[in-house]
Ligand binder design. Structure first.
Ligand code: NDP
Length: 336
């Protein structure tokens, strides 16, 4: 076994759009594994929009990354040494020590995953945190019901692509998506079965949404904020529901961002707007997996993954996520 590991550290806190200079890729000795823990060789790791928030030195719902320290996030790896109860070399585990090739993992912060039931990468996407976000956000936060017309932004991404498909499978009247390119719009219409889709780069979101939603929308699943949120408030029907999952258009902002100018419509339309944190919905995980895993296995629910290869390319993958280089889940393949 090699005695060297590679890890990615936060080199500096970005101002505006992050660059490769904000990351350091460092080769280190593989740490020794204390009793009761396991050494894991990471195989695939996730990059997520929320990591942009952690690059700020600001406390939020999760602690910030520290400058000079290795970053972290979800990863799936293979146990290569273990004195942890119940874990043996060869087991595959999901844990939160990504951004490195090798991790010493405490079994209290890991779960075993079954590579024969689904590809290991799926536990970071469609069957993992983004999948649960889509499921809980649609069913709980947006209080979706059959017959709703649903609009979702960042619709070709990990969360958005599942929101639209779940809504269709559960009886939505109409599902509308927005994304950042003609190719992604075709993906939504031709492969995922959306009823309508548009590229927000082709014209004002408000006008395009009005065109494809002549009878309004009942649910808006917000991944973007900004012009999308304002347009949705204009087009949404009385008693509409907005699940606020993310506001990625603002994550690189260096100045306070303007609020939607039409918030007063919340009163006249009796709207519900509810923030969503996937961490609050861990109790739904078993129900989510029981319902969604068979849909994935049967092909009724489709998912895409965009892979970038090698730990040294992890910063590039993260920057690509923020500029729309991914369709479906953005992942870094570390080995095999
Ligand atoms: P995605 O797979 O959707 O990737 C992000 C996508 O956002 C990009 O592919 C890009 O697609 C789009 N995007 C990037 N910048 C902009 C911009 N300025 N304006 C419009 N679109 C942009 O990521 P996830 O599915 O992981 O996350 C989607 C959203 O959900 C994010 O806002 C994230 O923060 C949020 N989230 C929230 C959670 C919660 O608990 N609240 C949990 C998980 C995710 P395109 O080419 O279409 O522009």
């Amino acid at each position: 076994m090699t005695s060297r590991a590679t890890e990615v550290r936060l080199a500096s806190r970005p101002h505006g759009v992050p660059t490769l200079d904000d990351f350091d890729v460092v080769v280190v000795e593989i740490p020794t594994t204390p009793p009761g823990q396991m050494l894991v060789r990471n195989l695939v790791m996730s990059v997520d929009p929320a990591m942009r928030g952690r690059m700020r030195g600001v406390k939020s719902y999760s602690a910030p990354f520290e400058v000079g320290e290795v970053m972290y996030g979800a990863a799936v790896g293979e146990v290569i040494e273990s004195t942890a109860d119940g874990y043996r070399p060869g087991d595959h585990v999901l844990h939160q020590l990504g951004w490195r090739t090798h991790a010493v993992v405490d079994p209290a912060h890991a779960v075993k995953v079954d590579g024969s039931a689904a590809p290991l990468s799926a536990y970071l996407g469609v069957l993992g945190m983004p999948g649960l976000t889509a499921y809980a956000g649609l069913l709980v936060s947006a209080e979706f019901k059959a017959g709703d017309t649903v609009f979702v932004s960042a619709a070709a991404g990990a969360v958005g692509s599942l929101v639209g498909q779940l809504a269709k499978l559960k009886g939505a009247e109409r599902v509308i998506g927005s994304a950042g390119s003609a190719e992604k719009v075709s993906y939504l219409l031709d492969e995922l079965g959306f009823d309508a889709a548009f590229s927000y780069r082709d014209g004002p979101v408000h006008d395009q949404l009005r065109d494809v939603a002549p009878d309004g929308i009942d649910v808006y699943f917000d991944n973007i904020g900004g012009d999308h949120l304002e347009a949705a408030i204009d087009v949404i029907n009385v008693h509409g529901r907005i699940a606020v999952c993310g506001m990625i258009s603002q994550y690189n902002a260096t100045e306070p961002t303007p609020a939607p100018r039409n918030l007063a419509q919340i009163i006249a339309k009796r709207l519900t707007m509810r923030g969503l944190l996937v961490l609050d919905h861990a109790g739904l995980r078993d129900q989510f997996v029981a319902e969604v895993a068979p849909l994935v296995a049967s092909g009724e629910l489709k998912y895409s993954e965009t892979f970038v290869d090698g730990i040294r390319s992890a910063p590039e993958a993260f920057l690509g996520l923020l500029s729309g280089a991914n369709t479906g889940k953005m992942l870094v393949r570390l080995s095999g």
